[in-house]
Design a protein around this ligand. Sequence first.
Ligand code: ADP
Ligand code: MG
Length: 235
Amino acid sequence: MSKYQRAYLRNAAADSAEDTAGVSPRSFIMRPRQRTKKQSVQQERTVVIIKPDGVKRGLTGEIIRRIEQRGLKVIALNMIWATKQQMDGHYSRDRDYIINLGENTLRTYTQYEPETDIKAEYGTVDPHKIGLRVRQWLVEFMSSGPVIKMIVEGIHAIDMVRKLVGKTIPAYAEMGTIRGDYSIDSPLLANRHQRALRNIVHASGTPEEAAHEIEHWFAPEEVYDYKRAEEDIMF
Ligand code: ADP
Ligand code: MG
């Protein structure tokens, strides 16, 4: 099993626990962090994408405000209307990631609508097959309109941003988080309409995801090195 796969499994397990039981926010689960010698603890990087629903609802400023307010630094930022191919390359093709997407979908039915005939609805109960379908909806949704993509840098940037963003399923996202404050979609509704969950914002979940996404979306010359005023005061 690759390092990438192991990270995904760890992440998926944390996500499932968090999303079904509503306990143990992933932000508090300590995971080993790998850092190059050159990168200091203040320089962890993560990718944030404001999804088409966030852009169309005019939430761009609010999301960036929350990131900056936290003391995190935006070091690259632009708007694009991505192709399906570009979005396909963004999301993992890892089997475990796809199975996790499928299992999360099945779990939502168990919790909210246990009488649903999954087989009749999807033609299958195989989490991998269902996960592939959800991934496809996701790729279509993410390329359905312009998105804002950015790299955010700072202390524990990956976990800090996930905490600001909140849990995947809006119903479980705490008030005060971006998803908790601004989204109200349900996977049940989304799946019935054969579309991805509209939850406003994407944020890398692991260092491996962040590294892949930085490489996928940004050329080195699009990333800027500068100092925020607080750095002199705080560190
Ligand atoms: P996160 O965005 O919190 O990291 P995932 O990586 O598990 O969550 O899933 C990626 C995206 O796929 C989610 O943000 C959401 O838009 C969509 N998604 C996840 N699960 C479902 C589902 N059951 N039905 C529809 N869309 C889903
Ligand atoms: Mg994710």
